[in-house]
Design a protein around this ligand. Structure first.
Ligand code: FMN
Length: 214
């Protein structure tokens, strides 16, 4: 859990489909309320993956406003969350020498999200439309199971809400009905030489998120 980090540059080494199956085999054991198991996964082969990336990039480049099925970074986040988000972005852009006011290069980096950071494998996490918050919580547990199973197998990952920014495009390319798009997951082997993978994000100390009673 401590070793896992988001990876944003991958080697070309492919992921053995049997290995991916073994990760899904583990992830499916995530707990869920009343064991209703709401998480659905789409594994993208090269053709669909390319088609999806192109469609998302076209959308992004057109300047279309993101229209996700759920809110991820609301404008009205409290100051403390805004500060943490800022620190997160700062560390990322610093690693590749991009200043925070360099909108052009930030945009160039952002574009790489839509091709799963060129990872050999791209997955999408889906949930039936209209499911309650509790089910989304269960999906989060499944995702973490998958990320940790991958880490344990020597693979690197990045969960990507950016791949859910234009959900209508995803639904159209993948021919999905009645499903919300939760996020993408990039999966592959870490390029350890790439500056984007050279830093770790920080975490709050226990005292900052725990209330002790009695
Ligand atoms: C649900 C979710 C969505 C995320 N979406 C993105 C994304 O679209 N692009 C990206 O570069 N990182 C994304 N991240 C990675 C976070 O920025 C990262 O988890 C956080 O900064 C903590 O760093 P760490 O994962 O390296 O520990 C996402 C993470 C989660 C859990």
């Amino acid at each position: 859990m401590v070793k896992r980090k988001s990876c944003r540059a991958y080697t070309e080494q492919p992921v053995d489909p049997a290995l991916l199956r073994s990760l899904l085999e583990i992830a499916r054991w995530a707990p869920s309320g009343a064991n209703h198991q709401p998480t659905q996964v789409a594994v993208l082969g090269p053709e669909t993956r390319e088609k999806l990336s192109q469609a998302l990039l076209t959308q992004f480049d057109s300047g279309a406003a993101p229209n996700p099925d759920y809110e991820f970074c609301p404008d009205n986040w409290s100051e403390v969350y805004k500060l943490r988000r800022k620190a997160c972005g700062k560390a990322l852009y610093q690693s590749i020498g991009v200043a925070l006011d360099d909108l052009e290069n930030k945009r160039k980096h952002k574009r790489r999200n839509y091709n799963f950071f060129e990872a050999p494998l791209g997955l999408l996490i889906l949930i039936e439309k209209g499911m309650p918050k509790g089910s989304w919580l269960d999906v989060g547990l499944f995702i973490q199971n998958l990320l940790l199973a991958a880490e344990n197998a020597g693979l690197a990952t990045c969960a990507q809400a950016s791949l859910a920014e234009y959900p209508d495009v995803v639904r159209e390319v993948l021919n999905l009905q009645n499903l919300d798009i939760v996020c993408g997951i990039a999966l592959g082997y870490e390029d350890r030489t790439h500056p984007l993978n050279s830093y770790r994000t920080e975490r709050e100390s226990i005292e900052n998120f725990t209330r002790w009673y009695d």
